[in-house]
Every structure is written in structure tokens, then in C-alpha cells.
Design a protein. Structure first.
Length: 278
């Protein structure tokens, strides 16, 4: 797919310079992060949300980033910041608890039956012996999160992050059943996989992304202490979630989108059960 395949539908109708993935659930027009108004289901554009014309201000763009939303206030990728806040709070708790929190939250496959929550909590806990682990994951989450959350919306972004992280845990269960793991790397690689799929859907050239992704995947095979299994599981699930989002992008497919995303979660549960049994 080449750049010629892009259409006006890939850009915000109010800010033509802002590429976006999210549609207004009422009128179906493409809206960027600055124009998204939370609704009971999905998001609406300012007009459908009933904003007075005076509030529907064009966004200012500084350094390629939209800085104002429909009310003139700064737009913030709230879900990305919330996830970063949780990770940092947990990291502080690891030291305050003398490592007890690390032991409670880390994922070790033999404990899957008795403590399945570890498949999720492990996403938010990081190595307490190397600060580079949380620095790399935190920086990657900030860069990828601020970009993807604007494209797909906060709710879909959190869904993508969590499903990718759980996908990493499932891969560890199947491919390294005796290995204990911690960290958001599986979820981060899921964001990489999702960005690749979404960029392809926009017709963007993503050779650089492929190179970065390949190099990071390769590190898991050559650098001791890195779980390549979690990385592979995360990138696969992230790509699948993004593929669903691309195929169910229009407003009339909101229900099928939720159903298909739920099916990914069910599939991960089934794979977990099978991994435990066999």
C-alpha cells in the first residue's frame, strides 16, 4: 500500500493537517484528539455534541502536536498519563515494600491457576535491580501512547494496552512455562504492532518502524534476561486488535467492534486454560 491510498477520510474534518483514526459515532466524520467529545458510546464531534460555534475553535498546532481542543484547553492523552502514573506508583511501592510487591505482582506460570491476576499485574511491575527497564518501557509508552491515543481514542488505547500485555503473559505461559516475568514490554510491543497495522491502513511508509521493531525483537534473543516470548505475544495481539479497529472503523460497526475485541479477550482466556491443562 502506498501513500497515494490516503483519502480525506483519514484526516480530521476540522483540522485537515491532523491524521486520525477515530470517527464520530453519530455522523461518521473523522475527528482528531482535539475534537473528540466523550459520549455514552464512543466519541462525538463538537457539532454532534452540541457545542456552540464559539467553542468549536480550530486547534493550534505547535511542533506538529495539537494543543487545543473544542473548549480551547490543552488536549492531554489522559489514558497514557494514567498508565504511566500507575507504573511509577507501583515502582515506588516495590522499594517501599522491600520487594514484597514485586513478588506479589510478578507473573510465574506455575501460579496461573491459583493467582491468575498476575498475568495482568505483571504489566505494571518492573525490575527493581535495573532502572533501565522502567526507563525504556516508560519512555516507549509515552512516545507510542501519546500518538496512538490520539488516533484511536482513550478507551480503545487502554483496551489495546491491556490485551497486548495479557497476550505477552499467555505467550510466556506457552513458550517459557518456568520463567518468571515482569514489565510492560509485552504491552509496549503490542503498541508497536498496532501502530504498524494502523500506519499501513493509512497508506503510510513504515520502513523505519519495521526496523525499530525488528531490532527490539532481536534483542530479546541475544540479551540475557529479556523475555522474547512476551514481546512476540504482545506484538501479535496488538496487531490483531489494530486490525479489528481498522476493519470496524465506521460508526455503524461499533457493536461488531466491541464484540470482536471481546472475542480477543475470550481467546486469550481459552489459550490460558489450554496452556495450564497441557
Amino acid at each position: 500500500m502506498t501513500s497515494e491510498s490516503r483519502t480525506s477520510d483519514d484526516f480530521c474534518y476540522r483540522h485537515p493537517q491532523s491524521e486520525s483514526f477515530v470517527l464520530c459515532q453519530r455522523c461518521g466524520r473523522t475527528i482528531c484528539g482535539s475534537c473528540q467529545v466523550p459520549a455514552a458510546v464512543g466519541v462525538h464531534c463538537p457539532e454532534c455534541a452540541g457545542s456552540p460555534p464559539a467553542l468549536a475553535k480550530p486547534a493550534r498546532v505547535i511542533g506538529g502536536r495539537t494543543t487545543r481542543n473544542r473548549t480551547g484547553t490543552s488536549y492531554r492523552p489522559s489514558a497514557t498519563y494514567a498508565l504511566l502514573g500507575i507504573i511509577l506508583a507501583v515502582y515506588a511501592g516495590q522499594f517501599l515494600s522491600g520487594g514484597a510487591l514485586t513478588q506479589w505482582m510478578a507473573y510465574w506460570p506455575p501460579l496461573t491457576v491459583l493467582q491468575p491476576w498476575r498475568m495482568v499485574t505483571a504489566i505494571f511491575v518492573h525490575s527493581d535491580t535495573s532502572i533501565f527497564h522502567i526507563l525504556f518501557n516508560g519512555y516507549s509508552l509515552y512516545i507510542l501512547g501519546t500518538l496512538l491515543e490520539r488516533l484511536i481514542g482513550s478507551r480503545r488505547f487502554v483496551t489495546l494496552f491491556l490485551l497486548s500485555g495479557i497476550g505477552g503473559s499467555v505467550a510466556v505461559l506457552w513458550l517459557a512455562p518456568a520463567q518468571a516475568v515482569v514489565g510492560a514490554s509485552g504491552a509496549i510491543f503490542g503498541l508497536f504492532g498496532a501502530l504498524f497495522v494502523i500506519q499501513r491502513s493509512f497508506g503510510g511508509a513504515n520502513i523505519q518502524l519495521v526496523i525499530v521493531l525488528a531490532l527490539n525483537l532481536a534483542m530479546g534473543f541475544v540479551v540475557p534476561g529479556i523475555s522474547w516470548q512476551a514481546h512476540v505475544g504482545g506484538v501479535v495481539v496488538g496487531a490483531v486488535v489494530a486490525w479489528i479497529l481498522v476493519r470496524t472503523r465506521t460508526a455503524d460497526k461499533a457493536s461488531p467492534q466491541n464484540t470482536q475485541l471481546a472475542s480477543v479477550g475470550v481467546g486469550l482466556v481459552v489459550l490460558t486454560v489450554l496452556g495450564v491443562l497441557f
